[in-house]
Design a protein around this ligand. Structure first.
Ligand code: GTP
Ligand code: SPV
Ligand code: MN
Length: 599
């Protein structure tokens, strides 16, 4: 059938192969057999370490190159036709010039390796909010990870045959095993290239990634497609792709609330998504921990899915006290990257147990003892596991859910209260747009440095960020009274002694309770210049070691610091010039006036 969708896919694969020159091309089906074969192959090649089968069944450890441990935002490019479309927060490159640069890099980049063709679906195949993609990659580690985090299988090819469009993504670690002259190069445990390119072409809906094997740079379904490309699709088609977890919260009365929460990388999404409340009668079920796609439904509400099928979660800090659900999830069938290895063939990282084992092999492969000056696991060490291992996975999690509350968060030692509600949709969009957060180890950069991370999408919005805010404002108009309520949270405020003021983790359920009660209209709130705060009597802090002074400190709105914050916000918004929604200026003016009135 010339011209059929399958022929077009095969022609594309052949084109990439003729550019990259792999020794062979393998079409993947995601079957258990294929998974077992590829895992064994990686173990034989020294690229994965099989963990002890009793202690950690069917699980593996990968150690990356020490220079390939996180996303590389400085090497992430948006190649829209005009720089204005990429906006000031993206690195724009002219598409034709970038294509030429990539052709050169990818020419022969897979020599001596296998090129895998990975057809995947984001969301259930055929679902109303789902999308298809194909990743070609020369990394079997990527294939295994995609098998856990996406729906990878023959049903995707059948959907492509039936004419469903798909997004093309190309990945190479950029380390051929033969050079142009035919000289063999030795393979290494974690092949990669010092020069990296993570390139999005939003208009043609394509991704090209070169030089890295790390998650967000290499699992192209995730940040590159499901956020950067999908956010542009959403702009054009009237929906949203967001860096959000998704949970179902059920009250003692049996009412279900669906909450979508955007926190920057390594700021608590996985933890909140797996939270088990100790509040009598309340339960939380997991739907997603990193990405949500949201679309207005025919009922006038905003409906969401988790387009992924697995987790790529931060290991350090994950332990029986902080996140017992995650600990149970990763008890088997998990790939660990950059954690430490125990002497009995299990894994360890800071926070897994209060006391470290007496001896470990650290994430670099070196001997480690509790006296060692460096952490045993890399701060951005991660686990990769399928969602069906999550014991708290929501019933029917693949179906879309109506969103009751949108929550924005960040990591702020000062100023930002534990929880606040936006009085209107526009205030909520302003809240999300102006979130700032201290940097984490999830991307290259200085940990702890404060930066603006609007909607937790700074590294992931595929077009002009200010246009994204306008898109949210439009959507609010369309949804009207069906729009979710909007909140802001901050688990990370510190006291004068430098300690966190709030215990966090499972205690965050207490804020979810308040959010649900606000959605129901059961509790009132207190107006403040920066939003609606809880009446402290409505906040259940029974059983917590928190006195009234500490509670006040968690909610304190200091007018002087907030006026300074307003100046910084104005400066930040001015970076988007006349694309900044005019309503933001009005909100900022109002806020300043209210702050002056309380000062
Ligand atoms: P990405 O996968 O990078 O998008 O991150 P994420 O938002 O899913 O982050 P995750 O839940 O993995 O949290 C990462 C870090 O935040 C870990 O070090 C956690 O220990 C810490 N963390 C999570 N929740 C809380 C909390 O409520 N309080 C405090 N103090 N730390 C928290
Ligand atoms: C993040 O950095 O936000 C992650 C990990 O969720 S990665 O998939 O590498 O982007
Ligand atoms: Mn993330």
């Amino acid at each position: 059938m010339p011209g059929s969708p399958r022929v077009a896919l095969e022609a594309w694969v052949a084109r990439i192969a003729s550019l990259t020159r792999p020794d062979r091309v393998v079409w993947c089906d995601g079957s258990p057999d294929e998974t077992a074969r590829l895992s064994q192959q990686l173990v034989d090649e020294g690229k994965l370490i099989a963990l002890d089968q009793e202690l950690r069944p069917t699980s593996f450890l990968a150690r990356s190159d020490p220079d390939d441990v996180a996303r590389v935002e400085g090497r992430t490019f948006t190649c829209s036709r005009t720089p204005e479309d990429a906006g000031p927060t993206n690195h724009w490159r002219e598409p034709t010039a970038m294509r030429a640069e990539l052709e050169e890099r990818f020419a022969g980049s897979m020599r001596g390796r296998t090129m895998y063709v990975v057809p995947f679906s984001m969301g259930p195949v055929g679902g109303p909010i789902s999308q298809l993609g194909v990743e070609v990659t020369d990394s079997a580690y990527v294939v295994l990870s995609m098998g856990k985090t996406t729906r990878l299988g023959p049903e995707v090819l059948r959907a492509i045959d039936a004419g469903v469009p798909w997004v093309a993504t190309v990945h190479s670690v950029g380390m051929p095993l033969r050079d142009d002259a035919g000289t063999e190069q030795p393979d290494v445990a974690w092949p990669c290239n010092p020069t990296k390119y993570i390139v999005q072409f939003p208009e043609t809906r394509e991704v090209w990634s070169y030089g890295s094997g790390y998650g967000g740079n290499a699992l192209l379904a995730k940040k590159c497609f499901a956020l950067r490309i999908a956010s542009v699709m959403g702009r054009d088609e009237g929906w949203l792709a967001e860096h959000m977890l998704l949970v179902r919260l059920t009250s003692p009365e049996g009412r279900a609330f669906h909450v979508a929460a955007a926190f920057p990388s390594a700021c608590g999404k996985t933890n909140l998504a797996m939270l088990q409340p100790e509040l009598p009668g309340w339960s939380v079920e997991t739907i997603g921990d990193d990405i949500a796609w949201l679309r207005p439904g025919t009922d006038g509400r905003l409906h969401a899915i988790n387009p992924e099928a697995g987790l790529f979660g931060v290991a350090p800090g994950t332990g029986p006290d902080t996140n017992p659900v995650a600990v149970e999830t990763i008890a088997a069938d998990t790939i660990f990257t950059n954690v430490a290895l125990t002497d009995d063939g299990d894994v360890w990282w800071e926070g897994l147990t209060p006391e470290p084992p007496a001896h470990l092999v650290d994430w670099t492969g070196a001997d480690w003892t509790p006296d060692s000056p460096t952490p045993a696991a890399h701060p951005n060490a991660r686990f990769t596991v399928a969602l069906d291992r999550v014991p708290t996975l929501a019933d029917g999690w693949e179906r879309s859910v109506p969103v009751d509350a949108v929550v924005f968060g960040g990591r702020r030692s000062t100023n930002v209260p534990l929880v606040a509600q936006a009085p209107t949709w526009a205030d909520g969009v302003f809240m999300g747009a102006t979130v700032s957060s201290e940097r984490t180890a999830a991307a290259e950069g200085t940990v702890g440095e404060l930066r603006r991370d609007p909607f937790a999408m700074l590294p992931f919005c595929g077009y002009d960020m200010a246009d994204h805010w306008a898109h949210w404002l439009d959507l609010g108009e369309r949804l009207g009274t069906g729009a979710p309520a909007v909140f802001q949270v901050n688990w990370f405020r510190r006291g004068a002694d430098g300690d966190f003021l709030w215990p966090g983790f499972r205690e965050n359920a207490r804020l979810l309770e308040w959010i649900a009660r606000r959605v129901e209209g059961r509790v009132s709130a207190v107006e403040s210049p920066i939003g609606l705060l809880p009446d402290l009597d409505d906040l259940d802090v029974r059983g917590l070691d928190i006195g009234p002074a500490q509670l006040d400190a968690l909610f304190a709105v200091d007018p002087d610091s907030w006026l300074e914050e307003c100046d910084l916000t104005e400066e930040f918004l001015s970076g988007f010039a006349d694309r900044t929604p005019p309503v933001f200026t009005a909100i900022l003016d109002e806020r300043r006036a209210a702050l002056h009135a309380t000062a």
